[in-house]
Design a protein around this ligand. Structure first.
Ligand code: HEM
Ligand SMILES: *[C@@H]1O[C@H](CO)[C@@H](O)[C@H](O)[C@H]1NC(C)=O
Ligand SMILES: *[C@@H]1O[C@H](CO)[C@@H](O)[C@H](O)[C@H]1NC(C)=O
Ligand SMILES: *[C@@H]1O[C@H](CO)[C@@H](O)[C@H](O)[C@H]1NC(C)=O
Length: 328
């Protein structure tokens, strides 16, 4: 008797938990239980496959997170970033900002396993959203419920990536415009920028800040001068190839140290430094730096759910690709 009532209250608590999560998770036609009947083991299968790759190569997590961001900011989260170019069309994959995107093979491997399990049911856009979430979680990041039900687009245009992805030299007003135009908030901007707590960058993405920034042979005055010297040691003028850690020392761990760096004027990109140029984004940076990221994990989860809903195709729009790199 005692046991069964305990069991009941446990079940009840669990139900409350699930329904409170799905309140957050259900929006724009996506649902946290979209594949409940059509592909019940999906999340387990995805997590297991992602784990195989991330264990071997933890640095792939950063690239997979960035890939989901690039997907969502260009034509919505519709898997367009995964499509290959064709003889008549240069795809997003082959645009300049793709730079170091790696890990397409992880998405393809997950898709292949999922296709065996539930053929023709799960979109590549959903798979990428799940893969990014799992990869982040596996390197110490937060967990979030990924609402699913996205469908795959059939169009991918290189030039659109260049137009829609904010460049590393973006200033605060153009960053805000970019995020707001996609239905995200200024808070989402400062929270999602925290993704730069992991990963690496090519020198060419920021070396304009190191050499002759204002035409007087100087570095960007918004960059800590000692840090500028250290970066010059890693990136000689016109070095297009070398890479540096964006969060030196903990670039493989998803933590809040990004905000500590930015608050010390050691953000790598102008777009990172720009977060100090707006009172609201600056306040957030300072708060996270001072509180060791008191709310960062929760905020990041929330903002990722919002980002994952940008321009999604649902219902009968688009298709369920059989292979993520080509349209059916
Ligand atoms: C706010 C505007 C943003 C700008 C201007 C920006 C720009 C960049 C640039 C230039 C790189 C380096 C690429 C290279 O040189 O190899 C980079 C890397 C990265 N970005 Fe962003 N980004 C932004 C927002 C985001 C968001 C919203 C996310 C994810 C939620 C994200 C995740 C990442 C990650 C994880 C890396 C490291 C990739 C790797 O190690 O392979 N970024 N970003
Ligand atoms: C990115 O685009 C360049 C051309 O701009 C291309 O050479 C490269 O293979 C692309 N990278 C990936 C991973 O597709
Ligand atoms: C910010 O960048 C945009 C786009 O490059 C430019 O048009 C604008 O003048 C810049 N704003 C400021 C305040 O520098
Ligand atoms: C720095 O920039 C100025 C103005 O564009 C130019 O005249 C000068 O030659 C540059 N110096 C170097 C070392 O490239």
């Amino acid at each position: 008797m005692a046991i069964s009532s305990k069991l009941f209250s446990l079940l009840f608590l669990q139900l409350m938990f699930i329904s409170s999560l799905s309140n957050i998770a259900e929006a724009d036609g996506l649902s946290s239980r979209f594949y409940q009947y059509t592909c019940p083991g999906l999340e387990y299968t995805v997590a297991k496959t992602v784990a195989l790759y991330i264990k071997k190569q933890p640095t792939l997590a950063a690239s997979l997170l960035r890939m989901h961001f690039h997907d969502c900011f260009v034509r919505g989260c519709d898997g367009s970033v995964l499509l290959n170019s064709t003889p008549n069309n240069q795809a997003e994959k082959d645009s300049i900002p793709n730079l170091t995107l790696r890990g397409y093979n992880v998405v393809d491997a997950v898709k292949a396993v999922v296709e065996k399990q539930c053929p023709g049911v799960v979109s590549c856009a959903d798979i990428l959203a799940l893969v990014a979430r799992d990869a982040v979680r596996m390197i110490g990041g937060p967990f979030w419920e990924v609402p699913t039900g996205r469908r795959d687009g059939t169009v991918s245009i290189s030039r659109e990536a260049l137009i829609n992805l904010p460049p590393p030299f973006a200033n605060i007003s153009s960053l805000k415009t970019s995020f707001l135009s996609l239905g995200l908030s200024v808070k989402d901007l400062v929270v999602l920028s925290g993704a730069h707590t992991i990963g690496v960058s090519k020198c060419s993405s920021f070396s304009n800040r190191l050499y002759n920034f204002t035409g007087k042979g100087d570095a960007d005055p918004k960059l800590d001068k000692y840090y500028a010297v250290a970066l010059k040691g890693k990136c000689k003028p016109n070095d297009q190839k070398s890479i540096v850690e964006m969060d030196p020392g903990s670039f493989k761990t998803f933590d809040e140290s990004y905000y500590t760096l930015v608050s010390k004027r050691r953000g790598l990109f102008q777009s990172d430094s720009a977060l100090l140029d707006d009172p609201d984004t600056k306040a957030y940076v300072v708060l996270q730096a001072q509180t060791r990221g008191a709310t960062f994990a929760v905020d990041f989860a929330e903002s990722m759910i919002s980002m994952g809903q940008i321009g999604v195709l649902t219902g009968n729009d688009g298709e369920i690709r059989r292979q993520c790199s080509v349209v059916n």
